[in-house]
Each structure stands twice: as C-alpha cells, then as structure tokens.
Ligand binder design. Sequence first.
Ligand code: F6P
Length: 328
Amino acid sequence: MKPNIKNIAVLTSGGDAPGMNAGIRAVIRTGIFHGRNMFGVQQGYRGLIENNIIPMNARSVSNILHMGGTILKTARCLEFKTDEGMETAYRNLQANDIDALVVIGGDGTFTGAKRFSEKFDVKVIGIPGTIDNDLYGSDFTLGYDTAINTVIEAIDKIRDTADSHDRLFFIEVMGRDSGCIALRSGIASGAEAILLPEKFTSVEDLISKLECGASTKKSSSIVIVAEGHKHGGAYEIAKQVEERFDHYDTKVTILGHLQRGGSPSSFDRILGSRLGFAAVNALLNGETRQMVGLRGNEVKLTSLDEALNTHTFKLEDDLLEMASVLSI
Ligand code: F6P
C-alpha cells in the first residue's frame, strides 16, 4: 500500500562530502514534481532538535550543483543519540507536520536514522554521503570520487618537489577505518607503498620495499598512509622508518580537511542526482529504513540494517597487489 506522504524533509549529517548539494537538489525537486511539500533541516540532527526546519522550493536549490559542502550545513550531534534528544526531534517533526525524512550521510547518520525510525515510526530513506566510501550496499558513496581527485592533485604536486630533491614523502589521507581513499589515490598517483587500516603492513616490509626502489635508482618515493593505520599516523611511521632507513631525506604531509572540500566531480554530481531522485521515489513507493545506493551502475535499495551491519572487506585485494607490482 502506498503511504500518504505529504511533507518530506531532507538533511545532511556527519562529515560533509562533495555531491551532497546535488543530492539535496534532486530530493527537493523530485518531491515538488510529485506535488509534495518539501523542507530542509539545517545542521543535520541538531537542526531537528533545535527546530531549524525551513520550507524549500525548486528555486531554493538553484545553482548549487557545482558547490562543495552542503547548503543545509551539517553537524555531528551527540544529543541525537539520547532518548531526550530524539524525543525533541520527533516533537519538532510533528509540529512541522513532516511525515518522512531523507538523510544524507555516513554510518553515524544511518545509525541515528534507523533508531529514530524504529522508535517513532518515521519513514526514512538514506543516501550514502561520505568521502570514506565505507558503506555496504553502494559501490560508491557521494564525495569519494571528488576526494580521490583532490588527493591525487595534491600528491602530483608533492611528487614534483619530492623528485627534485630526491626525497621520501609520507602523505596522510583521510579514512579512520577505511583505506578506500588511500588505495585508489595511491594507485592513481603511482605511490611506492600504501598503508591501510584494513591491512597490516609491518615497518620491516615497508623498509624492504623502499630499499628495493632505492637500489634500482628510484630518486623519490611516496608512501600513502590512511589516517587509521595501526602503526599510527604518517609522522609516527615516518619516524620509525627514518630510524632504520636513511637513504632519502624524509618529509611528512597531512592532507587533512582539504580532502572534503571542492566542487564535486561530474561523477558525484550525477550520483547525487540519481540517489536523490531514487530516495524520494522510494519513499513514495512505501519504502522505509532503506538506503539507496549504486550497484553495478544500477540504483538499488539496501536496508539500513544491512548497510550498517555487513562488514565485508570493501577493498579489492587484487588492486593492492597490482599497486605493489606497478610501483617497483
Ligand atoms: O567520515 C569522513 C571523515 O572525513 C573521515 O575520513 C575522517 O576521519 C573524519 O571524517 C574527520 O571528521 P571531523 O571533520 O569531524 O574531524
């Protein structure tokens, strides 16, 4: 049975990601196309608790496709994890007569959405939006493609100076629990080694790889370190390597939050548009507690439960092996 949904709100939560604006635009315009009243919640779940809910129309989302960040703003809201916070949020939704929510974010966002929806029977659909690409059920998350392109642009520049000075650079990229950015950017920039949170690489193995390169006259080397690597961040690993391998002058660069900004790539704009469109259609078809994701270039639904609790290894082992072979 199709639900009687009249008023739909959209929010972005957790770390911002390029492409979120394309998602917001698609949600608002698809809802309006279907004759629904559309709302935007500012600052994610915090905006629900503080009743920062604004009506939106087709023109509210004009000229935002190319913009990084999120026009609705975002937050990491601890209060929404409490019963009191959720109850206040629900009262505000009721006061605004909102029947359904589209949430754009990562695993923290979906965990909140799932709990909220189970507790109060609010209809929710999630759009995966995080540069980390760490959600099951979508081959790609919004922002991941742009972030990789931002990272390789930075690494290319570092390679110029590394090569000019015959230096070894350790470059730290984002991904507390996910090595997706590190792996893909490492392949695309020809990094000599890639250290991931999901795979243990010993300092000994790293040094032997670097020694091998030095003995075959590599003038510079680049090691990509995902921030969640077990040995610690790039500074810590660089220190351990430097103590035992002094062939190169060593430098460290932490790319940090610049990876989250910038104009979204065409891929992220199209992905945001497809997932936003699909999210509203899913709600209007009676779906709830589902994530819309891209699988094999088709938009598919995955339950929030499955998206959150399936811990398959998303990194392709063969790519890691290939990266190692191609960087000899
Ligand atoms: O989840 C996206 C992400 O950018 C992670 O890669 C990173 O560990 C984290 O957010 C940083 O969060 P914050 O901006 O709150 O410091």
